[in-house]
Design a protein around this ligand. Sequence first.
Ligand code: CTP
Ligand code: CA
Length: 216
Amino acid sequence: MFSGKTILLTAGPTYEAIDPVRFIGNHSTGKMGFALAECFASQGAQVQLIAGPTNQQTKHENITVTAVTSADEMYAAAKQLAPAADVLVFAAAVADYKLKSVSAKKIKKSGNELTIELVKNVDIAAELGKVKKPGQFSVGFALETDNETENAQTKLRKKNFDMIVLNSLNDSGAGFKHDTNKITILEENATTAFDLKQKSEVAQDIVNLIWKRLHA
Ligand code: CTP
Ligand code: CA
C-alpha cells in the first residue's frame, strides 16, 4: 500500500542531561512508534525512524533507525530527513525543557535543596510544521488528562498537523507501560474514536486512516 513512500517517524522519550551521570526523562517506551514503523514497513514504505532511548528493536529491512538522546539531537536528525518524507509522524514524547546549562562534572550532594534551571526545548513538530511542503502529510500525538479534545484540537492547528492521535490517560489500559491503547483521531473536519486494542492493532488503525486520506 505504501510502496514508494517515505515515512519519517519520531519515537520514544528524550533524555536531557543534568550532568555526566544524570538526566531528565519520561516514561515513554517507544512501543507505539516502533509498532507504527513496523506497520508502515510491512506495507512497503521506507521508514526513517528517529528514536530516543528505548529497548525496542526492529529487524525490518525497510526501517532505518537513527538513535538519538536529546530533543536537540532528535530535531537535528528530523530536520535533515524531513524534506524527503511523504508522511511525518511525531510519536516521540519529547521533553519540553532541557537544562539551561549542563554541568560538565557530576554534581556533588551539598545543601538540603537543589535548584536546576530549565529552558524550553525546540518543538520539533511545530518547526517542521512551518516548513511542511505541499503534499506532505503530518500526524501528531497528544496525551492529555483533561480538556482532551480541545487541547488536541489546538495542537492540530498550532503545529499544522493533518491529524492528531489523542490518547487519554483517563482510559484505563491506555498509555505508558501498557501494551494496549485507546485512541481518538482528530482532523479538521472529522473525529474517529477507536476501541481499546493492542498497540500493534492501534498502529494498523492509524496507518489505515492515513492511507485513506492520502488517497481521498
Ligand atoms: N512535540 C515535538 N517536540 C516537542 C514537543 C512536542 O515534536 N518539543 C510533538 C510530539 O511528538 C507530539 C506533539 O508535538 O506529536 C504534541 O506533543 P505534546 O507534548 O502533547 O504537546 P506540547 O506542545 O508539548 O504541549 P503540552 O506538553 O504542554 O501539552
Ligand atoms: Ca509536551
